[in-house]
Design a protein around this ligand. Structure first.
Ligand code: ADP
Length: 464
C-alpha cells in the first residue's frame, strides 16, 4: 500500500487524542493505517526560517517533518495573505479583507519553499494530500518541479460564490492553482457548486464525460467530502476522569438551571456578538428565563496579531459585561464568558451537562463543535443543537434547530424552542443526528478522500 504524505500548516500531535484537534485525529488514523509522513510548519519563527533544518519525529510507522518560517514569512503569509485576505474573503467578509500584493507574494514564496523542502522527502509511489487555505499554490509548485505523484487538496473552510471570490485580485491564479491537483475536496455540496460555477462562468470551464472539469488548460475532479469527528472517542470521553469531573462540576453548579453552551475560537466568523445579543433578547422576551437559563461561552482568543480579532474580543467583553450588569441577581449571572481552552475530554463533560449546544457561525466550513456536542450527549436525556444555516454542518445535520444567525429574533426563538423541547422530540432529533455523526467519522472521511484520489490517479495512469 502506498505511503500517505500529508501537508498542512500545523502538524500533529500523533499521540494524545485528548489534546489533538479535529484534523489531527482525522489524519492520524489513515496515517497509521497506511504508514505516512506528515509535513508542515513547526509553529516556530526563526532566523533561518524555511531554510533551517527539518525536524523529524517518529511514532511507529508515522513520522512528522516540520520546518520553521522566518518572521517575514509569518507576517506576510500566515498572518498576512492567509489570515487577512483568504480567511475573510472565503468567509464572505469582504469588509475585513486586506489585499496587498506584498502579502500575496509572501504567501507564494512560502508555498514555494514548502514545496522545495518537501520534494526530497517524496518517494515515487507516495500519495500526497495537501490541506487548507495556507497551501493553494503548493500542488502547482510540486507539478512545476516534475512531481508525478497523485496530489489531492482539501479545503477545510468555505469556498464562496464567484461574486465574492472575484473580489480577490488574484482569484484566477488561486483557482488555476487548484486545477493542478488531481482531486479537490470541499466540505459541502454548496461549496462544491460555488467552485464549479466559478469555473463555468469565469473561465469557460467545461464538464467532461467522466464528471471532471476542464478549464484554463487543466483538468480536475472536484467533490464534496464533509469531514467528521472521532465520534466514538468523543462519546466515551464522559467516562474519563476529566470528562466526568467536568460534567459533575457543571451539574452541581447548575442545579435545576439549564445551560446553553458555545465553544469556539474567538473569530468574527463565529457570530459571537449575535449570540450574546440573542441571549439578551431571550431574557427580555421571556422573563421566566431569568435565574433558569445561563449561557456559557468558552472562547479562547486566536490570531491576536490580526486587528479584527482583538476588536471582536473587546466587543464580546463589553457585551457580556453589559448584559450581566443588566440582568444579574445576587445568586445568578446570565453569561459566563471564559477565554481559556479546555482539554477535549473536559469539553465533552461540559457539552454533556448542557441542555443546548449553540453553534451559530455567520459562515463556517463545517464546524466540528456541532458534531462533538451531539457525540457527547446522554442518550437518555440528550440536549438540543441550535445550528446556523451557514455552518457547513447544516447540510447534513438537518434535525438540529436550524437558525439564521443574522436574525436576533430568530436566534432567540430557536433558543426558546430548544430549552422547552419535550424529551421525546429531543430524543428523536438526537438519535438521527447521532447516527450521522457516528457514521461519517473522521477516519471514514479521510478514507473516502484518499480512495477517490487513488482511483483517479490509477485511471489516469491506465488511460495514458
Ligand atoms: P475552527 O476550525 O474554525 O476553529 P471547528 O468548530 O471546526 O472550528 O473546530 C474547532 C475545534 O477546536 C473543535 O474540535 C473544538 O473542540 C476545539 N475548540 C474550540 N474551542 C475550544 C476551547 N475553548 N478549548 C478546547 N478546544 C476548543
Amino acid at each position: 500500500m502506498s505511503r500517505i504524505v500529508v501537508v498542512s500548516n500545523r502538524v500533529g500531535p500523533l499521540t494524545d487524542t485528548g489534546r489533538a484537534g479535529g484534523l489531527a485525529v482525522a489524519l492520524v488514523d489513515v496515517l497509521r493505517e497506511r504508514g505516512g509522513l506528515w509535513f508542515g510548519w513547526s509553529g516556530e519563527v526563526s532566523e533561518e526560517g524555511t531554510y533551517g533544518p527539518l525536524r523529524f519525529n517518529e511514532s511507529g510507522n508515522v513520522s512528522t517533518a516540520t520546518i520553521d518560517v522566518a518572521q517575514a514569512d509569518y507576517d506576510e503569509s500566515y498572518a498576512g495573505f492567509a489570515n487577512r485576505a483568504l480567511w475573510p474573503t472565503l468567509h464572505y467578509r469582504l469588509d475585513l479583507t486586506d489585499f496587498d500584493r506584498r502579502l500575496e507574494q509572501g504567501y507564494r514564496r512560502v508555498n514555494e519553499r514548502f514545496a522545495d523542502r518537501l520534494i526530497p522527502l517524496l518517494r515515487p509511489d507516495d500519495i500526497v494530500w495537501v490541506h487548507d487555505y495556507h497551501f493553494f499554490f503548493l500542488g502547482e509548485m510540486l507539478r512545476n518541479a516534475g512531481v508525478k505523484n497523485p496530489i489531492g487538496f482539501f479545503l477545510h473552510i468555505p469556498f464562496p460564490v464567484p461574486e465574492i471570490l472575484t473580489a480577490l485580485p488574484n482569484h484566477k491564479e488561486l483557482t488555476r492553482a487548484l486545477l493542478s491537483y488531481d482531486l479537490v475536496g470541499f466540505q459541502t455540496g454548496q461549496h462544491l457548486s460555488a467552485f464549479e460555477r466559478y469555473l463555468f462562468e469565469e473561465v469557460d470551464g467545461e464538464r467532461e464525460a467522466d464528471g471532471s472539469i476542464r478549464a484554463m488548460g487543466r483538468q480536475v475532479v472536484a467533490d464534496a467530502f464533509p469531514i467528521g469527528i472521532d465520534a466514538s472517542a468523543f462519546s466515551n470521553f464522559h467516562e474519563t476522569s476529566e470528562g466526568h469531573e467536568h460534567y459533575a462540576l457543571m451539574k452541581n453548579e447548575l442545579g435545576d438551571q439549564k445551560q446553553i453552551v458555545g465553544v469556539d475560537r474567538i473569530d468574527y466568523s463565529k457570530g459571537l456578538p449575535e449570540r450574546f445579543t440573542a441571549f439578551e433578547r431571550l431574557l427580555e422576551l421571556h422573563p421566566d428565563s431569568k435565574g433558569e437559563v445561563t449561557l456559557l461561552q468558552i472562547a479562547p482568543p486566536s490570531r491576536s496579531e490580526v486587528r479584527a480579532y482583538l476588536e471582536i474580543q473587546r466587543l464580546l467583553e463589553g457585551l457580556s459585561g453589559r448584559i450581566n450588569g443588566r440582568f444579574s441577581d445576587l445568586d445568578w449571572t446570565p453569561i459566563h464568558f471564559i477565554t481559556r481552552s479546555f482539554p477535549r475530554r473536559s469539553l465533552a463533560g461540559i457539552y454533556r451537562a448542557s441542555s443546548v449546544g449553540l453553534v451559530t457561525p455567520l459562515r463556517d466550513g463545517m464546524n466540528l463543535v456541532a458534531k462533538e456536542y451531539i457525540a457527547a450527549q446522554d442518550p437518555e436525556d440528550p440536549g438540543v443543537l441550535v445550528l446556523s444555516r451557514f455552518a457547513g454542518a447544516a447540510e447534513e445535520m438537518t434535525e438540529a434547530v436550524i437558525v439564521n444567525p443574522y436574525s436576533i429574533d430568530e436566534l432567540a426563538d430557536g433558543l426558546r424552542q430548544a430549552i422547552q423541547m419535550p424529551l421525546e422530540e429531543r430524543r428523536e432529533r438526537w438519535e438521527a443526528l447521532y447516527d450521522k455523526v457516528m457514521t461519517n467519522t473522521a477516519s471514514a472521511w479521510s478514507r473516502r478522500f484518499l480512495d477517490r484520489l487513488v482511483s483517479i490517479h490509477d485511471e489516469a495512469t491506465v488511460d495514458g
